[in-house]
Design a protein around this ligand. Structure first.
Ligand code: SAM
Ligand code: SF4
Length: 324
């Protein structure tokens, strides 16, 4: 459906848990994580019901995220339920990859067709510093399993935060052979991300061009999202940039987010949206939930205001509660 700004909303990011087995410094605090009580998480049936209603409004892609989505028990069951919804053509997962090797076969069998693995460095010591867990070997095993799965679309997402400067070229080289697309995501000043150093798209690109030569635009695949893609001489694959600050993409925003507790968020930076949980708990009819979703999407904010002082209504939660 179209929102008030005329943007077509067809992509749902669904956070299936707020829990995580890592503690990335830009996303979660080391201590004092107050997990949602289990009974507050939506059930598979509730997630599938909301996804079906959203598909009725034109959503054709769902991404499972978190927290770490692979910590949700029986994620393949939910994937299977989503696969059976008319109109949902793409079922994607964003994961830190640590538990991926073990779970991937069941997820693919259930209908998963895209996986993004978050990886900020290929250096084990640095990984343990950024993610606060020594889990690089498991994450790489997960990535390898994904790349070796026929037909699965695989991307690597890296957040450049200064200390991983030296790793940007090695990470980009994963795209050289063409099996993986590598994307650099500008750190967003949200939650803990506000206190860390950020590298801009230009800074990252300069580094990559110094190593690989001039970048040239790469063909977009699928419908326009926030990423801009380039490729380098000798590369079979693509390198992408998602730059919320230096290349604001709000005018082309195509997504809404559903938190693990059932809040439909219509912009990353604002608390704005609608809490669908009370409607679900009160036994509301599909038509009433449908109308509530339609109204919230229509009112989707025009854009973020990262880079200007905090304002009323800004999101206060950390990324693990929102899903990135
Ligand atoms: N645990 C999974 C993972 O790490 O891929 C999924 C959830 S995580 C919140 C989703 C994405 O958000 C990750 O790629 C992570 O790097 C990114 N992220 C977290 N905090 C961020 C921030 N402040 N700015 C930009 N990206 C962020
Ligand atoms: Fe966990 Fe993902 Fe956040 Fe890292 S970015 S702490 S893996 S939710």
């Amino acid at each position: 459906m179209l929102d008030r700004q005329g943007r077509e909303i067809h992509y749902l990011r669904m956070s299936v848990t707020d829990r995580c087995n890592l503690r990335c410094r830009y996303c979660m605090s080391e201590e004092g994580v107050n997990w949602l009580p289990k009974q507050e998480l939506l059930s598979d049936e509730q997630f599938a019901r909301l996804a079906r209603l959203l598909a009725g409004l034109g959503v054709d892609k769902v991404r499972l995220t978190g927290g770490e989505p692979l910590l949700r028990q029986g994620l393949d069951r939910l994937v299977g339920m989503l696969r059976d919804i008319d109109g949902l053509h793409t079922l994607a997962l964003t994961t830190n990859g640590v538990l991926l090797e073990e779970q991937l076969p069941a997820l693919v069998k259930a209908g998963l067709n895209e996986v993004n693995v978050s990886l900020d460095t290929l250096d084990r010591t640095q990984y343990a510093k950024i993610a606060r867990r020594d889990a690089l070997p498991q994450a790489l095993a997960g990535l390898r399993a994904a790349v070796e799965t026929p037909g699965l679309v695989v991307k690597v997402n890296c957040v450049p935060i200064g200390e991983n400067d030296e790793q940007l070229v090695p990470l980009a080289s994963l795209a050289e052979g063409g099996g993986v697309t590598v994307r650099f995501i500008e750190l967003m000043p949200l939650g803990l991300g506000a206190s860390l150093q950020r590298r801009t798209e230009r800074q990252v690109l300069e580094r990559l061009e110094a190593a690989y030569g001039p970048a040239r635009p790469a063909e977009e695949s699928g419908r326009a999202g926030p990423a801009r893609y380039v490729t380098f001489p000798g590369f079979k694959g693509k390198v992408g940039f998602i730059s919320a600050l230096s290349h604001r993409f709000c005018s082309g925003c195509n997504r809404v987010r559903l938190t693990a507790a059932g809040f439909l968020k219509t912009c990353l930076q604002y608390e704005k949206g609608i809490d669908l949980k009370p409607l679900l708990n009160a036994g509301a009819q599909d038509a009433d939930i449908f109308a509530a979703i339609q109204e919230a999407i229509w009112e989707k904010p025009q854009g973020h205001h990262f880079g200007t002082p905090p304002a009323g209504g800004d999101e206060r939660r950390n990324m693990n509660e929102i899903g990135g």
